[in-house]
Design a protein around this ligand. Sequence first.
Ligand code: PLP
Length: 275
Amino acid sequence: NKVYLNGNIVDAEEAKISVFDRGFIFGDGLYEVMVQINGSFFYEKEHLERLQYGLQAINIDFNAAFLKKEIPKLLHAAQLTAIDCMLYIQITRGVAPRQHSFPQQCQPTVMMYAIPKVLPVINEINAKVLTRKDFRWSRCDIKMTSLLGNVMLNEEAMQHECYETILHRNGVYTEASHSNVFFVKEDVVYTHKANEHILNGITRIVVIELCNSLGIPLKEEAIAVEEIEHIDEAFLTGTSTQIASIQQIDDKLLYSENEKGPITKKLQEAFLKLK
Ligand code: PLP
């Protein structure tokens, strides 16, 4: 496999980064994940714009749009040009002697790789999820590589044989450990507004647009923890998750294994037509 590292494309085994890279030392970096479907990246512009938003937020001087021209070079070298694949991009602040504050002179480390990945037409996972307090920091809008909180919260799901952990903060559901969460209550779709407590998922934005175009009422409003008893449907969104129906939240069974809610189904069917 091939890796893009600071403008060069090398064999994966040859891709070396300094142990003093601030990405390694502090988790001082950002990442993006996007998928190529039928020869083009799904919402590539939006992914690169979100990366630019993060770069500005943490003051790394790099133009994410530059990658638009670099990605095809990597895919060509990796022989993935026309293959459905997942692209991972990581940009860290770079290599510098260890000190917390931003170093004066620092060249960002830019790394990308792609691996073949075929997403299902519709994600047929009917997820069991658990709920946990969101103990992550308060800048979840920055897609940073420091994912320890997300990793720990996701591990809890795995330990309980669940697919995801959905998170609550200040008494309301925010998002999940590696996806966004939507609820349906009395035919209205709810999802937490895009603020510093969630990552504004590209799939989340796509689903909001789909609701608007299908005339499904949608509110960017949080659902309170105690409201969960009155929920009719719930689903997760994410780049590789696409739209995944939720079957069970903790002990609350929403649907049986082979059943999902009508609005979730409608959105899944509309989503596949975008690909
Ligand atoms: N929320 C978190 C915490 C995530 O890690 C992700 C994806 O990695 C998402 C939401 C979904 O974002 P997207 O739809 O852009 O993949």
